[in-house]
Every structure is written in structure tokens, then in C-alpha cells.
Write a protein that binds this ligand. Structure first.
Ligand SMILES: *[C@@H]1O[C@H](CO)[C@@H](O)[C@H](O)[C@H]1NC(C)=O
Ligand SMILES: *[C@@H]1O[C@H](CO)[C@@H](O)[C@H](O)[C@H]1NC(C)=O
Ligand SMILES: *[C@@H]1O[C@H](CO)[C@@H](O)[C@H](O)[C@H]1NC(C)=O
Length: 475
């Protein structure tokens, strides 16, 4: 069988299983309005102990921040889907701005990694009042392991936790990690090869390797690099290079730090290397279900029958996972958009990034406008509502039990097609029945595939072979 034939077969299997699982037909599918709205009204925050429940080797429960109780949340906020949604969109605008600042192109110095050390102290728009991080896992740090919440980030590379002595720490849910109480903590010296792999390394007191990371939204962490034992579920990993952050700013919603899952060598995935074959897989679940998602490391998680798409590298931004997108479809028909709109240029401009930290998929206007127009044309029968937040295409579906909507698909370079479940592109923005087409213009040449579009699809990164897989099962 030729490669094309294999891909076509894989594709058919993938489409078929997604279709079965979401009650869809190739060109149209049903959005269950009643069920979705019931989901927005139901809110069950998780307690700390529930997030500690591990499913086994390398398998962590992945929780959306809206599921975690923050000390300031009143019950009325929790049950107000509209308020939570607006807060999420405000964070999202800042996340996208911070990504754009870290990439070559408009708004940054032509490619010279604008978020590096020189930019310290020049916080532009701060994302901090909203807090950074959308998805969280709980891992053990040190020996004996202390459980800590970590934000996961597919767009950055360093793993770090706030550390004692804390010169400047934001508030976190668990006690701040104290290296003095961990038998496995060992500082990394300036001369070590690990230190060389850090972008903004330096020397502390002429001895310990210093690191600094700035996330572009005003959050940052600075401190010393150390080797430490981390515990994932029941798996203990020794000598992971982590940042021990003594000066941290940002409100990571009670998290102790961040788990960088990016494509660089210092990310957790890069460091695990052989142990997990550079592979990890996640399932994002957040809206309207009691289920939580999962984050699993290792090749054993690579699903059979997924739609596999090659990962692309941008040497100017090695942390980011780029995919080759060639087009978009609505109702089974490809929207006329030039493939060049999605191209990652040799200078590192444009391209399509998969991001866990961005909620809504962003597209350059030259792709977004025709895509949205095609969707509007095929939903002329549905009552419209006025624009909401970053969305210009909204519908008043109050009173409907379910509606028939055109399918929305990503056409990847080389042929694979990913058709999204209806709930991934028409989302409730309040609990009264207003739904919006969940895409937005990026205001730049960059496209970002956001977490709302990734929800419920098992997404697997095979870093060693350079592929990302979608599906086949709704998770
Ligand atoms: C709407 O959903 C709720 C809960 O899922 C169910 O009890 C109710 O019967 C549904 N209403 C209609 C009209 O389908
Ligand atoms: C929580 O409330 C305290 C006291 O009212 C306030 O200082 C703090 O800024 C609030 N935090 C958030 C995240 O709103
Ligand atoms: C949405 O439609 C319902 C009728 O189906 C109507 O009662 C309601 O006022 C509309 N809402 C808005 C915001 O227009």
C-alpha cells in the first residue's frame, strides 16, 4: 500500500470514528444545545485530593483552571458561565499578545527572541491580573515528594517551581518548595553542560547556574538551576533540571510553577528523551463535563488510527510545535484560501502553532474572513445574536434543543483532514443560549490552534519522529 493510500485509510478511519462519536454526518452535524447549556450551568470544582488521584504510570489528571477553586471565587462567580467565559477571553487576548511578542514578525524585533533577558523589567501588557495558565497537573517535587500544582505549557521549555528562600513569590496553594527539605536537590554549576543549554544563563555568586524566563505577559521567574527528582503519578524521575525560582512574578492561579512541554531540549519532554521516546499525549476536557483530562508521557500512549500530521520546526522559536496547515473547510467544502497564508517562512514568520495555553484558534484575517463568511452562509437558517467579546459571529440558540450545523475541518499539508466536533467550534458564551463561532483573527500572520478546538480529541506528540496525532477517539 502506498503512503498516500495508508494516509487515506487512516483518515477514513479517523473521520469515521469521530463521526460516530459525535453523531455527525460528513457535511453537517448536530449540536446538542440543551445538553451544552445544561453543562454550563453545572459546575463541580475539584478538591485538592481529587486532583491527586493518579491513574498509573506516567498518567496524570489534567485539570482546567475553571475546575479549581480559587480562594476568591464566590459561588455566584462559579455558576456564572458568562463571567468565567469573559475572564477566559481576556486572558486569551493576553496570551496571544505574549506569544506574538516571543515570535519573529510584527511587533517584535526581527526575530531576536524578544522575550529574552534584556526585556526584564519592561513588562508591557500584564496578563497577571488574570493569572497565567489554563491547564494544571499535580506532580511531586523532591525527596520525599511534595505535591505541587504545575501549569502545563506546550509553548515553553523550562520546568520550574517557586523556591525557598523566596525573595519574591506569588501566592500558591501548597507550601513553597524548600530545597533544604529535599534529599535529592542538587545545584547545577555554571560550568556544566546543562547550564549551557539554557538561553539566558549566567552565574550566581560565581558558582550556580542562573536562569531567567519571561513569558511575555508580565510573568517571569528567575533563580538557580538544579537537578531534582520529580514524581509523575507512580513514576519517579531523577535528575530533572528544574529552575528553583527565588524571584517570581505572575499569578499562576495557585500553581507552584510551570511544566514546560515545548520542543526544546530543556523542556520536560526534551529531558525525558529516551525514557518516553520524546512522546506525550493529552486530552483536554473542560467545559460542561465532570470528566477531567489526562496528560500521559511515553510512546505507549500513541493511538492507533490517529490522523498523523508532520511537525514543523521554526529555528527562531524552537519551543513551539508548528504544523503544516493547507486549508479550512466548512460543510465539507474547502474554503478558497491561499495555502501561503498558513506557511511558516524561512525567516520564521507566520505558520501554525498548536498551543495548550491559547483558548480560541486564531487565524490571519485573510483566512479568518472567508472561513467565517462560509460558515455564515451555511448557517443562514439560525437566528443571529450580536457580537460577544472577541467573537463577531454569534447565534441566539435559546429555545433550540439541537441545531444542525455545517462541519468545520482543518486540511493539513499532505492530505490529512481533521473534522471537529460541533461543540469545538460553536461554543456557549453565557447560559442563556448565545453561542459563538469560536475562531478569531490573529491580527498577524501567525495562526494558533487553540485549546477549545483541541478539546475532547486525544492529541499526541511524537517528538522523536516529528508527528502530531489527532484522535481517533473522542476522549
Ligand atoms: C434538556 O437536558 C436536560 C438534562 O440533560 C434533560 O433533563 C431535559 O429533558 C432536556 N430537555 C429537552 C427538551 O430535551
Ligand atoms: C483576593 O482577595 C484579596 C483580598 O480581598 C485581594 O487582595 C486579592 O488581590 C484577590 N485576588 C484575586 C485573584 O482577585
Ligand atoms: C433569543 O431568542 C429568544 C426566542 O427564541 C428571545 O426570547 C430572546 O429575547 C432572544 N435573545 C436575544 C438576546 O436576542
Amino acid at each position: 500500500m502506498s503512503l498516500v493510500a495508508i494516509l487515506v485509510t487512516i483518515l477514513q478511519l479517523a473521520l469515521c470514528s469521530i463521526a460516530i462519536a459525535t453523531n455527525s454526518f460528513p457535511d453537517f452535524q448536530l449540536l446538542n444545545v440543551n445538553e451544552t447549556l445544561t453543562g454550563t450551568k453545572m459546575f463541580m470544582p475539584l478538591g485538592l485530593s481529587e486532583t491527586d488521584d493518579h491513574r498509573g504510570k506516567w498518567n496524570l489528571k489534567l485539570v482546567h483552571r475553571d475546575k479549581l477553586l480559587s480562594p476568591n471565587d464566590s459561588l455566584s462567580t462559579l455558576h456564572n458561565h458568562g463571567r468565567r467565559f469573559h475572564a477566559r477571553m481576556q486572558r486569551d487576548v493576553k496570551r496571544v499578545a505574549s506569544l506574538l511578542r516571543r515570535l519573529p514578525g510584527k511587533g517584535t524585533h526581527d526575530g531576536d527572541a524578544a522575550y529574552q533577558v534584556n526585556d526584564f523589567g519592561s513588562d508591557v501588557v500584564s496578563g497577571m491580573d488574570q493569572g497565567s495558565g489554563e491547564y494544571f497537573v499535580r506532580i511531586g517535587v523532591g525527596s520525599p515528594p511534595r505535591s505541587q500544582y504545575m501549569v502545563i505549557d506546550s509553548g515553553s521549555d523550562i520546568v520550574w517551581v517557586q523556591c525557598q528562600p523566596c525573595n519574591q513569590c506569588y501566592r500558591q496553594s501548597d507550601p513553597v518548595f524548600d530545597p533544604a527539605n529535599s534529599a535529592s536537590f542538587s545545584g547545577v554549576s555554571c560550568g556544566s553542560s546543562v547550564c549551557d543549554r539554557i538561553d539566558n544563563s549566567g552565574c550566581n555568586a560565581g558558582r550556580y547556574c542562573r536562569y531567567e524566563v519571561m513569558y511575555g505577559d508580565g510573568s517571569y521567574t528567575k533563580g538557580t538551576l538544579a537537578l531534582e527528582t520529580l514524581t509523575f503519578g507512580r513514576t519517579v524521575v531523577k535528575n530533572v533540571a528544574i529552575g528553583c525560582g527565588h524571584v517570581n512574578r505572575g499569578m499562576f492561579i495557585g500553581a507552584a510553577g510551570l511544566l514546560g512541554l515545548g520542543g526544546g531540549s530543556m523542556s520536560l519532554v526534551g529531558q525525558l528523551g529516551g525514557q518516553t521516546g520524546g512522546a506525550f499525549s493529552y486530552c483536554l476536557v473542560s467545559r460542561g463535563t465532570d470528566a477531567s483530562g489526562s496528560l500521559v508521557f511515553g510512546r505507549g500512549t500513541m493511538p492507533v488510527g490517529a490522523t498523523w500530521v508532520p511537525l514543523l520546526r521554526n529555528p527562531r522559536a524552537p519551543s513551539f510545535y508548528y504544523v503544516g496547515l493547507s486549508g479550512l473547510g466548512v460543510g465539507g467544502v474547502r474554503v478558497p484560501i491561499s495555502e501561503d497564508v498558513f506557511r511558516l517562512t524561512e525567516l520564521g514568520y507566520g505558520g501554525v502553532v498548536m498551543d495548550t495555553g491559547t483558548a480560541v484558534t486564531r487565524l490571519p484575517s485573510s483566512a479568518y474572513n472567508p472561513f467565517r463568511d462560509a460558515f455564515i452562509t451555511q448557517t443562514a437558517n439560525l437566528p443571529r445574536a450580536s457580537k460577544v467579546s472577541i467573537f463577531d459571529t454569534c447565534y441566539n440558540l435559546s429555545g433550540f434543543v439541537s441545531v444542525r450545523v455545517p462541519t468545520v475541518s482543518f486540511y493539513f499539508s499532505g492530505g490529512p483532514v481533521l473534522t471537529l466536533p460541533a461543540r469545538n467550534f460553536l461554543i456557549p458564551v453565557d447560559n442563556m443560549g448565545t453561542f459563538c463561532f469560536a475562531f478569531a483573527p490573529s491580527g498577524s500572520g501567525l495562526s494558533i490552534i487553540g485549546n477549545i478546538q483541541q478539546e475532547g480529541i486525544q492529541i499526541s506528540f511524537d517528538g522523536a519522529n516529528g508527528f502530531v496525532g489527532f484522535g481517533p477517539n473522542v476522549c
